[in-house]
Design a protein around this ligand. Structure first.
Ligand code: AMP
Length: 498
């Protein structure tokens, strides 16, 4: 199976474009003045899935449930007219990922396709939900299948497999089947056929990131410095300082201000072109830049809990449990699996470069930046010929032969798992960088940390195989970590484990 997955990835890699040859979009004039191309037949109605507050005077505010008609569709932002609710009879831009066609499955308030089992439990158990709150999601362990997750009276979540009939119908129990999921939901909202009667759809608390800050910044992402206000310093890293800021007086962002001279602006812009295209729920989105004068600003999405390293060190097990730690690891693997699929390389994967938001959401940050920056943190980045390396995170072939590949990222991921499980302990705690460099070729590897389950240590050890080709792919790492959840079966319905 694993061999198949690895081969599958290789096939995908060969068909995906390699982002190594960026066109210089920075100097390209914006083409927003072109006449609009209507592509939507008039009258096609969409439903808002989340609330959205206008960020510019060209945007349209709306609430979840409002009806909208797209008048002009472009990739990420559509020009639309409000039909009902606060946007009724107004026109403006809307983020395309906030709406779904009326009557489609995506428009159903209980349909959460991309939600994982553990995420579903967390969402359902949050304060806003009452007994019987529910959602339908894709089943993790069986591609193409669906699961129903519902909140019970005792604040536990139960999961039911939704089975399909050959003729396209659905059922949870063979006693009764339904033509559509909607009928299934209506039925179990009216009768006690399951051990819980379904009440309201799970509340959608977290809206997804929009693609870019606004319609205008998708192409014109060199933004005026004056559109940003820096509010609070969040931290300082090897490249400069990071601030919580606000863009256009409307949108919370993180602003990284770069130390003058810490990199070549042209190199950075070339790399930023690539970073901008890497969009995934588990990667920090690069929104915009200010590069016309120093200090350069990098504007990204804001994460409420800062770096994973600080988050782990602060918590030290007070609220995080092993299942949370494994879930955090699987989120990082998921972001990295996307980087792998795009033939990109992170080069500095470590807990300090992962950011944490609400509900332990983790996103990989600073991908690709290591290539353009001069590393300055002497405790972590050791000078070597041709650059500085975070020695304890770097694969031997990258240290000795400067061979950075996705497989050297996999090595670093093993170290990151060590950081997660030890609540942010320095790897090889008793060894210097020099000792690590000496010992690794002799076969030395960190022992299993205290309280680390064997299956997790086995995953780390796989990442630290001598030969890069023997290390797993990130896709494999992701499903191996997700499979760890299935080892805790306490929350499943006995007969319908999904
Ligand atoms: P860095 O320069 O990336 O090492 O960032 C320094 C510190 O700023 C990190 O340790 C985080 O605590 C904080 N930080 C960086 N980026 C963000 C962000 N996008 N959202 C919230 N905090 C951040």
């Amino acid at each position: 199976m694993e061999g198949f997955r690895e081969r599958f990835i290789l096939c995908c890699q060969s068909t995906f474009p390699c982002f190594g040859d960026p066109a210089n979009e920075f100097t390209k004039p914006p083409n927003r003045e072109l006449p609009p191309t209507p592509v939507e037949k008039p009258g096609c109605v969409y439903i808002a899935l989340y609330d959205y507050t206008a960020r510019t005077e060209n945007d349209l505010s709306f609430n979840a449930g409002d009806k909208l008609e797209p008048l002009r569709k472009e990739e990420d932002w559509w020009y639309a007219r409000g039909i009902t609710g606060i946007s009724a009879n107004k026109e403006g831009y809307i983020p395309a990922n906030y709406v779904a066609p009326e009557e489609s499955l995506d428009a159903e308030p209980w349909y959460f396709p991309e939600t994982k089992r553990l995420e579903a439990e967390k969402m359902l158990m949050s304060q806003e939900n009452k007994n019987g709150a529910f959602l339908i999601r894709n089943c993790e362990s069986q591609a193409g299948e669906l699961s129903l997750s519902a909140l019970l009276q005792n604040k536990k979540v139960k999961h039911f497999k939704i089975r399909r009939l050959d003729n396209g119908g659905y059922f949870v129990s063979r006693i009764q089947s339904f033509f559509t999921l909607k009928e299934l939901v209506e039925h179990y909202s009216n009768v006690d056929g399951l051990s819980v009667r379904l009440t309201e759809p799970c509340k959608k608390t977290m809206a997804p990131e929009t693609h870019g800050l606004s319609y205008n910044t998708v192409d014109q992402w060199e933004i005026p410095r004056s559109s940003l206000k820096l509010l609070k310093k969040l931290g300082a890293g090897q490249f400069g300082e990071v601030y919580e800021g606000i863009w256009n007086d409307s949108t919370a962002v993180a602003v990284k201000t770069l130390k003058p001279g810490s990199m070549d602006t042209k190199d950075f812009l070339r790399e930023a072109q690539i970073m901008k295209k890497l969009r995934h729920p588990k990667l920090i989105q690069l929104y915009a830049v200010c590069t016309t004068e120093e200090p350069i600003y990098i504007v990204t999405e804001l994460m409420s809990n800062g770096s994973l390293l600080e988050y782990l060190q602060k918590d030290r097990g007070a609220s995080l449990q092993m299942s949370d730690q494994i879930e955090m690891g699987s989120q990082v693997a998921s972001g990295m699996a996307f980087i792998e699929l795009q033939n990109y390389i992170h080069r500095d994967l470590a807990a300090r470069n992962v950011l944490v938001g609400d509900n332990n959401v983790c996103k990989v940050a600073d991908f690709g930046l290591a290539r353009v920056f001069q590393m300055e943190n002497e405790n972590v980045y050791e000078a070597k010929e041709g650059g500085k390396f975070p020695v304890k995170w770097t694969a031997p072939e990258a240290i000795h032969e400067n061979k950075f590949t996705i497989k050297s990222d996999v090595w670093s991921f093993g170290i990151l798992l060590y950081e997660i499980v030890t609540f942010g302990q320095m790897p090889y705690p008793t060894m210097t960088n020099f000792q690590v460099i000496q010992q690794l070729p002799k076969g030395y590897r960190m022992p299993c940390p205290l309280n680390c389950p064997k299956y997790l240590y086995d995953i780390m050890s796989e990442c630290w195989k001598d030969s890069p080709a023997d290390r797993p792919t990130f896709e494999t790492l992701q499903w191996k970590l997700e499979d760890c959840f299935d080892m805790d079966v306490s929350s499943y319905d006995d007969t319908n484990r999904y």
